[in-house]
Design a protein around this ligand. Structure first.
Ligand SMILES: [Zn+2]
Ligand SMILES: [Zn+2]
Length: 328
């Protein structure tokens, strides 16, 4: 299902090349639907060429592998993430921050992604998946879970009271990771989204309510997954001194100006960009230990447009996942 500049994805047939030296050819089983895919379709991100197949939460089985690949055997289940590859030579890559590499390429933006029956991915950026999660439940781990955890790490290890703003795919996973680590979670949802608030409480949140409500207690960190710039000053106002607002999305509407006093007292606003290979292995170890409850709604690959529309309208509880076992 390819994006060719129009707002609706189209079913296309593309040739599948034999794998390059570091590549795996996957038979895709499932692919998660991420808000970043919506940003692509809505024109907030610019792919270098069209058409491009979206999708970067790819669960598949290795059909073929390049000569230089030793990590994953043919027949093995693997996960592919947002990072397709990076230069592996620059100062960012050398320092374990390949997520900031100027030459990084991303699955579903620079390279065809997982809204497809097959995908070619770079084995060096793939990750093994914990066996306790089936292919549907494993898909959202690969971006929502990973980005969620990187966002939580940016809040600092001593942040106890964590506000999660936007309780969808990433929010419901990071909440469980935070609780697993002994932190407390306050969940802020789209106003009136009682389904997401009920989910948050079921998963162990201390409190759940509308994003427009003030936090009942000052928070140590605010993790923003809703792409709403107006939430930045709102979340800053919810923080205790020294607290951090972490913006977890790749795109956000403009942030309105705000009075300096809500940033004063060493409050911080920062973003996270992409993810590293260390994030992926670290998060999968946590997911294997924690037994996350993963809420999914599954769509046939041919119904990718419907999944995107429902995500745009806030009509998905948890994460949307495409079943790619059958082509469109
Ligand atoms: Zn994503
Ligand atoms: Zn690099």
């Amino acid at each position: 299902m390819a994006f060719d500049g129009a707002r609706r994805l189209r079913a296309v047939e593309l040739p599948l090349a034999p794998p390059g030296p570091h590549e795996l050819v996957l038979r895709v089983s499932t692919c998660g639907v991420c808000r970043t895919d919506l940003h692509l379709v809505d024109g907030d991100l610019t792919p270098p060429r069209l058409p491009v197949v979206p999708g970067h939460e790819i669960v598949g089985t290795v059909l073929a592998r390049g000569d230089a690949v030793t990590a994953f055997e043919v027949g093995r289940r693997v996960g592919a993430v947002w990072m397709h590859d990076s230069c592996l030579r620059c100062r960012w890559c050398d320092g374990g921050r390949e997520n900031l590499c100027r030459d990084a390429r991303f699955n579903g933006l620079h390279v065809h992604g997982g809204y497809a029956t097959h995908a070619a991915v770079d084995a060096r950026f793939c990750v093994a998946l914990p066996e306790r999660y089936d292919d549907v439940r494993a898909a959202p781990l690969l971006c929502a879970g990973l980005i969620g955890l990187r966002t939580l790490r940016m809040a600092g290890d001593d942040a106890r009271r964590i506000g999660v703003y936007g309780f969808g795919a990433a929010g419901h996973l990071v909440a469980q990771a935070a609780i697993h680590e002994g932190r407390e979670v306050w969940a802020f949802t789209r106003d009136g989204d009682t389904a997401a608030q009920a989910l948050a409480l079921r998963l162990g949140a201390r409190w759940a309510g509308d994003s427009s409500q003030p936090a009942p207690e000052p928070l140590d960190a605010a993790l923003l997954f809703a792409p709403v710039g107006a939430l930045v000053p709102k979340a800053l106002a919810d923080l205790a001194p020294g607290g951090t607002v972490v913006c977890g999305g790749i795109h956000m509407s403009d942030i309105p100006s705000f009075p300096y006093r809500i940033l004063w007292e060493e409050r911080v606003v920062r973003s996270v960009a992409n993810l590293t290979r260390a994030d992926a292995t670290g998060f999968m170890a946590l997911a294997a230990a924690a037994d996350f409850a993963i809420e999914t709604e599954t769509f046939a690959l041919a119904d990718a447009n419907e999944a995107l529309e429902r995500l745009r309208d806030g009509r998905i509880t948890g994460a949307a996942v495409l079943d790619c076992s059958v082509g469109p």
